[in-house]
Design a protein. Structure first.
Length: 194
């Protein structure tokens, strides 16, 4: 696969996290911007979200934020983006982020990050899209989640071809190598109405 022209990044909005996660967000944003890959993300200016956006912008990249009205009203939107879309709901946000992206990277985050990641993973499992999904397991952050997924499979609750559904990388530099190694998507995004 050629390097995608746009990558959606799911990540946390908390600033009360270890420096290694902040550094990873900065490295990812910087790497996207330097490679001319457009960043699509949740539109926030705080936490890892703000760091990844600021780094991409500082490196000369384009950044598209998509934020729901109820979050924007808390005045946490990033006002210096290439584009900022204010939408009516979380569902609309997730659909637009998916439609505008060629691949997805999951950085460390909280419940919102899990929500976004599992929805895009589920859509791929249901063959609603075939875009690459990379889980950046920075400092082993996602190991408990990956173990839970293995447990679901072992218990018969999920039949997952992990190698086809997602790829795990341990370092941000590996994100770009992994994106280049992914096959071209065969199925465009076709989310169903909820």
């Amino acid at each position: 696969m050629k390097i995608p022209s746009s990558v959606c990044v799911y990540c946390g909005a908390s600033s009360r996290v270890a420096d290694i996660h902040k550094q990873a967000a900065h490295a990812l944003g910087d790497g996207l911007g330097r490679r001319g890959i457009r960043l699509v993300y949740g539109g926030g200016r705080v936490g890892l979200m703000g760091i990844v956006a600021d780094a991409a912008l500082a490196a000369g990249g384009e950044v598209v934020g998509i934020i729901p009205e109820h979050i924007q009203s808390a005045e946490v939107e990033h006002t210096g983006l290439t584009e900022l879309h204010v939408v009516d709901s979380m569902h609309t946000r997730k659909r637009m982020m998916a439609e505008q992206s060629d691949a997805f990277v999951v950085l460390p985050g909280g419940l919102g990050t899990l929500d976004e990641a599992f929805e895009i993973l589920t859509w791929r499992q249901l063959q609603l899209h075939d875009k690459p999904i990379l889980i950046a397991d920075v400092d082993g952050y996602w190991r408990p989640l990956l173990a839970l997924i293995d447990h679901m499979v072992a218990e018969g609750f999920a039949r997952i071809d992990r190698s086809r559904l997602y790829r795990v990388v341990d370092h941000i530099d590996d994100v770009f190598t992994a994106l280049e190694e992914q096959p071209d998507p065969a199925v465009p995004i076709q989310p169903r109405k909820l």
